[in-house]
Design a protein around this ligand. Sequence first.
Ligand SMILES: C[S@@+](CC[C@H](N)C(=O)[O-])C[C@H]1O[C@@H](n2cnc3c(N)ncnc32)[C@H](O)[C@@H]1O
Ligand code: SF4
Length: 456
Amino acid sequence: MLDFTKFIKYSKPGPRYTSYPTALEFNDSFGYDEYINKLKNQDSSRPISLYFHLPFCRNACYFCGCNVVFTSKEDKMTRYKEYLFKEIDLVASTVDITREVIQLHFGGGTPTFYSASELEEIILYIKKTFKNFSKNAEISCEIDPRHINEDQMRIMSENGFNRVSFGIQDFNEKVQEAVHRIQPFDMTMDAMKLARKYNMHSVNVDLIYGLPYQSLETFKENLDLALKLDPDRFAVFNYAHVPWLKKTMRKIDETTLPTPDVKLEIMKYTIDFMQKNGYKMVGMDHFAKPSDELFKAIKSGELHRNFQGYTTKGGADLIGIGLTSIGEGQADYYAQNFKTMSEYENAIDSNKLPFERGVSLSEDDKVRQYIIMELMSNFKLDIKRFEEKFNMNFKENFADAIETLQEYKDADLLSIDDKEIVCSPTGEMLIRNISIPFDAYMKNHSKNKKTFSKTV
Ligand SMILES: C[S@@+](CC[C@H](N)C(=O)[O-])C[C@H]1O[C@@H](n2cnc3c(N)ncnc32)[C@H](O)[C@@H]1O
Ligand code: SF4
């Protein structure tokens, strides 16, 4: 067994790199007109990926880091749906909607707080506008197993949804109580049975390690139970504890959180457990069966990282619709919608897309984005391929980063030569740390200021 106490020093704040530059760098200098121009002038041969944010939830899970609107008011949800339709119309007047749609994702919050008929109404509105859905489009929804019924699953299936993701987090009762999320195993099993009955090709389950009262022993039981569900994919997230950003996290007693060495032990055990049970590690925090497309993508080098984690559909432009949604033009820009409902509605009422801020990528950003995304997806960087792509000498341009990585090399966390950087199995667990030296913005963030969650 590795001695994880010697890795505790790597537990420091760092981005999760669902984007580069990270959302902290989004700013006002990328303005509305520039964004609209980008949307209008996108290459029509490039497909589209659509993300819809359906932000509503009834009760807060204390660990939740998502962009959620807590409500039980039906009229608030109906009103939001109407605004979504107006936003779809505004997108349609800007973007070439004859482009092929290869991906549609409903994220949240909890999209299934909308009833079956409301979900159908939303799907039909999208399909009425974007008529060119690919036959093989990935259409997916995040589902809270505590809030799903057969009608909803059936409606999704009938309308082309072919993958779902269930939030579990942890099955242990003491952990569930501490995070304010009671979800018995049988409830999750019933949701899984529904997904199978309605032919969802790929079913993902989310677990989190780093929650209150978790230990290696409790997490082992957690994994044994989760395996009984036989999902196609697992996401096993490192709990991002950012109470200075998320008020509900302040309800968590920090003295009950597992220490970094325990978290590393849990992670190491999880990786071995997944391998033993036929799942392969696919990028940071994710595991897939060899039959799953995510695993096939890693073999063919087509795995890409984005705001939803990892995807096989890398060549598309992502359009985010709804409160706080983020869009991404391929190696070009990131754009985020307003975060408050009033600003979101006001923009749409003035016939403007509810874009708040973003970033247009500089040449330097594009190069670093490539390196960081390669590391985060494949745990290696093919230096020769990089040099051909960017016509740039890697060692000359990244001498500082290479020097910083020396410490990781000495600790056997990676190897580096003229051809490639390759992480060792232990290095893979510290991939956020290994990516940081390539991030040009990290030096602007004071070490004392609370910004990112801890890497371990
Ligand atoms: C929008 S939620 C999933 C759908 C649904 N609301 C649910 O909870 O079942 C997305 C996922 O993000 C993960 N997540 C939320 N907050 C997190 C945090 N602070 N750190 C790590 N993962 C987190 C959870 O695993 C959760 O299932
Ligand atoms: S984890 Fe899911 S159900 Fe819980 S508050 Fe966050 S979005 Fe809602």
